[in-house]
Design a protein. Structure first.
Length: 254
C-alpha cells in the first residue's frame, strides 16, 4: 500500500468470542506518519479489531495471528507492554474519570511516563492545551460535567499525554454534532501533521475517508475491500453502501 515503513502490521488475525467467529483479518498495515481508516457498519467487527491489536479482548475472547510493531512480534504482549511501546487506544466509551477534573484526567494519561521518570513529560500538557484550548479553559472542571465533544477532546488529550507513536481511535465522531465532528477530524489531521500515526475506526465513512491516506472496509468480521482513501471514496460500492449517495432510497438512508 505504501513505500513508507509500516509502524504496525497485522497478519492472519482471527478473533472468536467463545465459539463464535468475530473477525478474520488477513493483512492490515499502518505506515509511519499516516492516517489509515477502517470503515464499516455497526457490528462489523471494527472495535474487535482494535481491541485485538491492543491485546484488550474480553475474558471470552480469543485471538490468533500476528501483530507486528516496528517489525517486532507483540501478539503475546500485555496491554501495558504495548502501551509502553507507544500504542494507545481511545475506546468508543472514552472511559474518563467523571469525578476527577479535566487536568487530573490528563495527568493520569502521562502516569506511565512519570513512573518511568521520563524527563519533561509534563510539558506535554502544554501541547494538549494548545491543541484543545477548551480543555485549558475547563481544566478545573469535573470531567463528568463536560459536553460530548469536550469529553472526546479530553479522551484524545489523555491518550496523547502518553506520547504514543500509534493512536487508535474507536468511533471518535459517535454521538457528536456535525460541527464538533468537523472539529475532531481537523484535530486528527493536525495530529498526523505532528507525526502521530493514526488507525481510525469509523461508521462515518465520509468524514473518515476525507482525512485518511488509506482505507479498509470491514463487513461482518471480514475485510472485503481496501485502497487509497480517494479511490474508496469514489468506489460505487462504497458510495452506495456507506456515503448515502446510492441510487435507492434505502442506500441514501444509510
Amino acid at each position: 500500500m505504501s513505500t513508507q515503513e509500516n509502524l504496525i502490521t497485522v497478519r492472519d488475525l482471527k478473533v472468536q468470542y467463545g465459539t463464535v467467529p468475530a473477525l478474520d483479518c488477513p493483512e492490515l498495515h499502518v505506515p509511519s506518519g499516516a492516517i489509515v481508516t477502517v470503515i464499516g457498519a455497526n457490528g462489523a467487527g471494527k472495535s474487535t479489531l482494535l481491541n485485538a491489536m491492543m491485546g484488550n479482548l474480553p475474558v471470552n475472547g480469543f485471538s490468533r495471528g500476528q501483530v507486528m510493531y516496528r517489525g517486532q512480534e507483540v501478539s503475546s504482549w500485555t496491554v501495558e507492554q504495548r502501551v509502553a511501546l507507544g500504542l494507545s487506544l481511545v475506546p468508543e466509551s472514552r472511559e474518563l474519570f467523571a469525578s476527577m477534573t479535566v487536568e487530573d484526567n490528563l495527568l493520569l494519561g502521562g502516569f506511565r511516563l512519570y513512573r518511568q521518570r521520563v524527563s519533561g513529560w509534563r510539558h506535554t500538557l502544554t501541547e494538549i492545551y494548545s491543541l484543545f484550548p477548551r480543555l485549558q479553559e475547563r481544566r478545573r472542571q469535573l470531567a463528568g460535567t463536560l459536553s460530548g465533544g469536550e469529553r472526546q477532546m479530553l479522551a484524545l488529550g489523555r491518550a496523547l499525554m502518553a506520547q504514543p507513536q500509534l493512536l487508535m481511535l474507536d468511533e471518535p465522531s459517535l454521538g457528536l454534532a456535525p460541527l464538533i465532528v468537523s472539529e475532531i477530524f481537523q484535530t486528527i489531521t493536525e495530529l498526523r501533521n505532528r507525526g502521530v500515526s493514526i488507525l481510525l475506526v469509523e461508521q462515518n465513512a465520509r468524514a473518515a475517508l476525507q482525512v485518511a491516506d488509506y482505507g479498509y472496509v470491514l463487513e461482518t468480521g471480514e475485510l472485503v475491500l481496501e485502497g487509497d482513501a480517494q479511490s474508496l471514496a469514489h468506489n460505487p460500492r462504497i458510495v452506495e453502501s456507506y456515503l448515502g449517495l446510492g441510487k435507492t432510497d434505502s442506500a441514501a438512508a444509510d
